[in-house]
Design a protein around this ligand. Sequence first.
Ligand code: FE2
Ligand code: FE2
Length: 266
Amino acid sequence: MRILIVSDLHVEYSEYNRYAVSMIGELAIDECVDFIGICGDISGDYMQFDDALDELSTYGIPILFVPGNHDIWTTVDDTFSMEKLDWMRDYDGAHCLMRSPMVVDDIAIVGTMGWYDYSFADPELEYDDDVYARKYCSATGREWMDGRFARFGMSDKDVADMFNRELESHLKEVNDCRVKIVLTHFAPFLPVQKRAFPKPSYFNAYGGNDGLGRVMLKYGVDISVSGHLHKNFDMMHRGIRCYQTGIDYLHKPIYSLVDRYIIIDV
Ligand SMILES: [Fe+2]
Ligand SMILES: [Fe+2]
């Protein structure tokens, strides 16, 4: 099985991000992949989210995705992120891995958006959890925009636990598979985040959670692919090949997706 995986398309950001959708489709054809995987942050605008997946589906290659935090943003006061997430779970034309794993022969592809619980916060900054929960740091004036637009109506720790439990139940289902690949939006291991952002930062609290990684270790996951950090690298961590990938915000045209995608052959 050959899978092309990309993340953080952010198609609403610029015309160059929008154009990357067709580049992904053409790359998938050139590389003869069986699946296109997306690790979230396609677009905060559901129409543009829909348009991007519609366009990508015209290339005729099955699409697997997990949502990212931007995808579940809501700008209408009476809409909650869970409703948007449910719409994505049941999405037609691309398979949301939060609905169910994809199993082909003895290879399982499992996924969740994941969330953050401040377990990746830098202790040397000495901020209380309240500061992270407010998503605004008055000491620095820095704001994490999920505070305005991600509306789950529960604490971040509860959201993270809920998605970690869902991932665990999906991994249980596929426990007999020879190869287990997990796509997440948020980072599952602190060393992955530290590789992307080694310096202490208020925003590191919002990069992932270590419960995600614990679930992956418990079920013998072989490959982890995460997005959200907008970096591209891979590393081994406790026996798991961890890939991090992202198209990123594009301020100018790009002529190739080189170094902005990964291909997995299993
Ligand atoms: Fe992103
Ligand atoms: Fe993100």
